[in-house]
Design a protein around this ligand. Structure first.
Ligand SMILES: Cc1cc2nc3c(=O)[nH]c(=O)nc-3n(C[C@H](O)[C@H](O)[C@H](O)COP(=O)(O)OP(=O)(O)OC[C@H]3O[C@@H](n4cnc5c(N)ncnc54)[C@H](O)[C@@H]3O)c2cc1C
Length: 302
């Protein structure tokens, strides 16, 4: 039901320059404010009257949110780094290439020029393209709020349909991705009704790290569009760890991943189809990651 409150206009556009200023503005304004990075999701929600803020707090001038660098054993991608910057970065070559692959499929170049990694995660669409890869790579998110900063594994960030672990007044500052060991590979596959500008029917991120003896040391599988949130399917990945990756283990992992899904029927596909296709896509993504791992020398774009 519509109320007068639905028609409140946006009356202020704030442009803080530090994370601290964002936090205090966000905290002071409460529900009246919405944070805006590229506004590719916020703009749609405003036009459709799904949100009714009176204040927009832009993150555009906050340089600290645009970090994009190797820090110790991690690649750090600031929340305001755009999909296009990831896509074009030499930092996501080699075993992190799935990150480039998922960013390349987000909307059009125009969307990717302004849409950000942080916005993609905080919008928390179950169909978003970057979460499956980030989940597979074992990423964590850094959050900053009045009480200080905290780090959370990405699979604990997504709580429910479009609901995240961000507390009131908290800002996502960066995503941390552990740099893979030599002999690692990753892959992203997205099934849609058409090849571009498409919301996925199912999307899959896969990661494998193989030691010189051929034993899988680390595996990761992330899925999109098959549950109320993006999901990490740890049980499926675990069957690959600790031994050689054989065809039967790949089948088992793919089957377990499909079992872990709780998809819905919608205009893009039925729940049953989504489950079926998940098994196929997971297996294909793992095979692609395995091929890449076998050719990986450990030289990154650093
Ligand atoms: C034409 C079009 C095509 C698209 N195609 C795809 C696609 O193929 N795949 C896909 O995954 N997405 C797609 N999207 C969705 C969108 O582009 C992405 O989700 C994008 O990454 C959102 O980033 P943004 O910077 O624009 O976020 P915004 O719209 O600015 O923000 C999104 C949400 O995140 C919050 N937020 C943003 N940054 C932070 C932060 N640092 N801390 C806390 N909260 C924050 C905002 O308050 C808001 O709730 C498409 C969008 C459009 C318009």
């Amino acid at each position: 039901m519509r109320t007068d409150v639905d028609h409140r206009p946006v009356t202020a556009f704030q442009e803080p320059t530090t994370v601290e200023q964002v936090i205090s503005l966000h905290r002071a304004l409460g529900d009246a404010a919405v944070l805006v990075a590229g506004a590719t999701d916020v703009g749609v929600l405003l036009r459709r009257h799904r949100i009714h803020p009176t204040h927009l707090v832009s993150l555009r001038r906050v340089d600290a949110l645009r970090r994009f660098e190797v820090d110790g054993d991690d690649l750090v991608v600031g929340a305001s780094v755009t999909h296009r910057s990831v896509e074009r970065s030499r930092l996501v070559a080699g075993s992190l290439v799935a990150l480039r692959e998922c960013c390349e499929t987000v909307g059009s170049i125009q969307t990717r020029n302004i849409g950000t990694i942080g916005g993609n995660l905080c919008n928390a669409s179950p169909a978003a393209d970057t979460p499956p890869v980030l989940l597979a790579l074992g990423a964590s998110v850094e959050l900053a709020g009045e009480a200080g900063t905290r780090s959370l594994p990405l699979d604990r960030f997504f709580l429910d349909y479009r609901r995240t672990a961000l507390a009131a007044g908290e800002v996502l500052t960066a995503v941390r991705i552990p740099l893979p060991a030599a002999g690692s590979g990753s892959a992203f596959l997205k099934l849609g009704r058409r090849g571009a500008m498409e919301i996925s029917i199912v999307c899959v991120g896969a990661f494998l790290s193989i030691d010189p003896e051929g034993v899988c040391r680390r595996a990761g599988i992330g899925l999109g569009s098959v549950a109320s949130t993006p999901i990490k399917v740890s049980e499926a990945a675990a069957v690959l760890e600790g031994s050689e990756v054989t065809p039967s283990r790949l089948d088992e992992a793919a089957g377990l991943a499909a079992q872990a899904c709780a998809p819905i029927d919608d205009v893009r596909g039925s729940a049953a189809y989504r489950k079926d296709v998940t098994a196929t896509l997971v297996r294909r993504a793992l095979v692609r990651a395995l091929d890449r791992a076998r050719g990986d020398t450990g030289v990154t774009g650093q």
